[in-house]
Design a protein around this ligand. Structure first.
Ligand code: 9WN
Length: 439
């Protein structure tokens, strides 16, 4: 049975609880995803966090995004981690010594400081910047926020649309399972069998000190993550020179780029310019995403493995996130909603969306991106449903998000069937996005 939606008093308590998480996880310039598991700044986390922080402090939300942008590389990439120099290196693996973005062997184009990773995460930033601006346009204008961030956001998208167009068809590719932000999704299993894992005794995982092994990726997964990241690093993070053993066009990543291009169009327009180029790009990306990633028979978008140019047959929540694209053909929207509300992705007790097909062979209700329901993906689908005017479904999901976030103490992810908390607690984006849906 689903839990009842919070009453007005409970909603107030929930808002306070969410605010407390964001206050506790604030470091002075940005927010850690979790004080225990993830003690640095993460790229797409910061974007989601800013979307919630804007309801507490617009200045802080601006700072969250701007501190991330100071770590942007010369080629436009926004690194997936910005390391906090005050945190000991053994607190998180891989640490700055692994990535070698700074110091003697510094990668070309990496900032002299701060230290960063060399891979990226999904482009939620332009959407976040636009929403932060909208929270208080006068304050944003007074501080010149949009004018400052717009060139960085444009350079970031440009990087993705050019250097990362590895398939040559105008979509952005990811080159490491950490890049789409859904590390051990079954969608990567087949591609990863081609990757020779690095021996487990050559590195030390820090995540198991804080996370339960059954909730986290396996040692074999980590061996492959390390191999892919070190191959990229050893090629100087050069997208033209690296012989990528893993290269995939992911639906969620590209749907966020589409939403980001629409947001950039609004930003440029607000600054007095003509944002048409970004709208055109968003439309072109939408057409390409439909052409290359939509699977009519399966009724969901699928990742394209560029190594053998095939669609991956495992279905995950990523394939539903293209609902975010306002220009999606109507029949595809209808099919996607049917998939979302059908037996493969509907979890009536939690009203959330599992990260992987409930009926799929690799489903695991506990393990990270192999089944558990996450709050950021639910928020994105909520936004997609609202974009297409699907109010009833959006409201049902909104209630699931706020109810389960509160009941799980703002967990990183939950068992979709029971709502049981998994992973870290007091997780920043869970708190931020709950706050957003309560305001
Ligand atoms: C690797 C911080 C990040 C999220 C990702 C999530 C997880 C990292 C890890 O944590 O990934 O980047 O160590 O497992 O998969 O989406 O951004 O919250």
């Amino acid at each position: 049975l689903e839990r009842p939606a919070p009453t007005a008093t409970a909603a107030l308590t929930l808002r306070r609880g969410a605010a407390r998480v964001l206050i506790d996880n604030w470091t002075g310039t940005s927010t850690v995803p979790s004080r225990t598991l993830y003690p640095h700044q993460w790229s797409w986390d910061s974007a989601f966090i800013a979307i919630g922080l804007r309801h507490l402090s617009v200045r802080r939300a601006q700072q969250e995004l701007e501190s991330l942008l100071t770590a942007q590389w010369a080629d436009g990439r926004i690194p997936h981690i910005v390391f906090n120099p005050a945190v000991p290196h053994d607190a998180y693996f891989p640490s700055p010594d692994f990535w070698r973005s700074s110091g003697a062997g510094r990668a070309a184009g990496a900032p002299a400081a701060p230290e960063t990773s060399g891979i990226v995460q999904p482009p939620v930033h332009a959407l976040a910047a636009w929403l932060v601006h909208r929270a208080d346009p006068a304050e944003s204008e007074r501080r010149g926020f949009l004018a400052r961030v717009a060139p960085h956001l444009a350079a970031w998208h440009e990087y993705l649309l050019t250097r990362r167009d590895l398939g040559g068809a105008g979509l952005a590719a990811v080159v490491h399972p950490w890049e789409p932000g859904m590390d051990n999704s079954p969608s990567w299993d087949r591609a990863l069998t081609r990757v020779e894992p690095t021996a487990p005794d050559t590195f030390r995982r820090a995540d198991l000190a804080h996370g339960h092994p059954a909730d986290r990726p396996t040692d074999l997964d980590y061996g492959r993550y390390v191999r892919l990241a070190s191959d990229y690093r050893d090629a100087g993070y050069d997208d033209r020179a690296t012989p990528f053993a893993f290269a995939v066009e992911d639906p969620c990543f590209n749907a966020l780029l589409i939403a980001g291009e629409h947001a950039l169009a609004a930003i440029v327009h607000e600054l007095g310019g003509d944002g048409a180029i970004h709208t055109e790009r968003a439309d072109a990306l939408t057409r390409r995403m439909v052409g290359r990633l939509w699977d009519e028979e399966a009724g969901i978008f699928r990742a394209r493995d560029l190594t053998d140019d095939t669609l991956v047959s495992q279905d995950g929540v990523s394939g539903l996130i293209p609902l975010l694209a306002p220009g999606l053909p109507a029949h595809i929207t209808t099919r996607l909603v049917a998939t979302l509300t059908g037996p493969r992705f509907s979890a009536p007790a939690s009203r959330l969306v599992p990260s992987y097909d409930l009926t799929g062979p690799a489903f695991d209700a506990q393990r990270y991106w192999r089944g558990p329901a996450w709050f950021n993906t639910a928020w994105l689908i909520h936004r997609g449903l609202s974009t297409h005017g699907l109010r009833k479904q959006a409201e049902n999901l909104r209630q699931g998000i706020v109810t389960e976030a509160g009941a799980s103490d703002f967990a990183e992810y939950v068992d979709p069937a029971t709502g049981e908390a998994r992973g870290a607690r007091h997780f920043s984006w869970t708190a931020a996005l709950t706050l957003d849906l309560l305001c």
